[in-house]
Write a protein that binds this ligand. Structure first.
Ligand code: PNS
Length: 158
């Protein structure tokens, strides 16, 4: 039996924390799809196609990984693609409450299971929002995002 999982998110942009979860998911599942949310109500810094290109650029060694986009409900994407598992990283207890609610709702409305992976401690403080804030003010990005993403942030933010 082939076990497929989706790693969903905004990925605006992908951080080393995301990448760690994606890589570990690829070791545990036969097939992994990184699904980038297209949110018409939230523009973001990078357009979705640029986010996907950055994800592809830093995961091209992962043979069982696909990068895709989705709109609407994650469970609809999962069911349309034959994926039964959502895989999410948990950075801290503060993530847990909302993540648990989403996991329970996704199980209720779509029969989708959620598997949580604990974020590696060196990444537990990381978020795309914080990285963008540091980049906006010209701060150092080492250890937070892959180099290609740091370059893209500098191009975008000057
Ligand atoms: O990186 P993010 O922004 O924390 O990712 C959140 C994401 C995309 C996983 C979540 O918002 C999501 O699944 N959105 C799609 C709409 C949906 O299905 N919501 C959950 C219903 S419980």
């Amino acid at each position: 039996m082939t076990v497929a999982a989706v790693v969903p998110g905004s990925f605006d942009p992908i951080t080393l924390g995301h990448l760690d979860i994606v890589r570990r998911a690829c070791e545990r599942f036969d097939r992994v799809v990184v699904a980038v949310l297209e949110n018409p109500r939230k523009q973001g810094l990078f357009p979705v196609d640029e986010r996907m290109a950055l994800i592809r650029a830093v995961t091209d060694d992962l043979a069982n990984l696909e990068v895709d986009r989705f709109e609407g409900l994650l469970v609809d994407f999962c069911n349309a693609r034959g994926i039964g598992i959502v895989c999410k990283g948990l950075r801290a207890v503060s993530d847990f409450e909302y993540e648990l609610q989403m996991a329970q709702m996704n199980h209720r409305i779509g029969g989708i299971e959620t598997v949580f992976m604990s974020t590696s401690p060196e990444h537990s403080y990381l978020s795309s929002s914080l990285v963008k804030e540091v980049a906006r003010f010209g701060g150092p990005l080492g250890g937070t995002v892959p180099d290609v993403v740091a370059d893209a942030l500098r191009d975008k933010l000057g």
